[in-house]
Design a protein around this ligand. Sequence first.
Ligand SMILES: O=P(O)(O)OC[C@H]1O[C@H](OP(=O)(O)OP(=O)(O)O)[C@H](O)[C@@H]1O
Ligand code: HPA
Ligand SMILES: [Mg+2]
Length: 183
Amino acid sequence: METSDIRDELTEILVTEQEIQEKLRELAARIDADYAGKDVLLVGVLKGAVMVMADLARSLHGHVEMDWMAVSSYGAGTKSSGVVQIRKDLDSDLTGRHVLIVEDIIDSGLTLSWLLENFASRGAASIEVCALLRKPEAAKVEIDCKYVGFDIPNAFVVGYGLDFAERYRNLRDVAVLAPHVYS
Ligand SMILES: O=P(O)(O)OC[C@H]1O[C@H](OP(=O)(O)OP(=O)(O)O)[C@H](O)[C@@H]1O
Ligand code: HPA
Ligand SMILES: [Mg+2]
């Protein structure tokens, strides 16, 4: 039987598992210091942020709660549709909470711009963003992101939560998807 090798579907590993873990520990130390004495509500943006949330949260030492919002705008493509759909809203009331939104990637910025506007009227005491990856060259709107892991080139990436048509989320590294897979 012929077996296909996922590595043939990737052109380059951009960020390794080890680099991700080191960076998340660094960001967690900053977050611990910035929120000392405060309870933080981590809001993970499903589905992409699952891995970042799991590893970041376990590197934090203060009290945190976790909630999840499911939004989607990419569907099965490699370009944002520009329309952000809520698939699951938060369970928590944000009133008076210190909210830290946890994201895998800021690409066009449209998802976070929409989410920040959506959260603005919910009465949080503070709202900040932590994103593992950011593509500065792809920005359509500027996002004020306090905790950024890595700035990466404008290529479609997969792994560590990031998908193409729901696949590749389970890869441990972040890699560039070979164009022959989607074109
Ligand atoms: O800055 P943007 O251009 O808006 O892109 C970033 C968003 O796109 C991806 O989510 P997606 O819509 O693919 O849903 P998913 O997390 O379920 O994969 C990613 O997880 C971010 O939430
Ligand atoms: O580069 C990306 N890869 C996977 N999902 C994404 N969502 C926004 N940008 C990306
Ligand atoms: Mg996606």
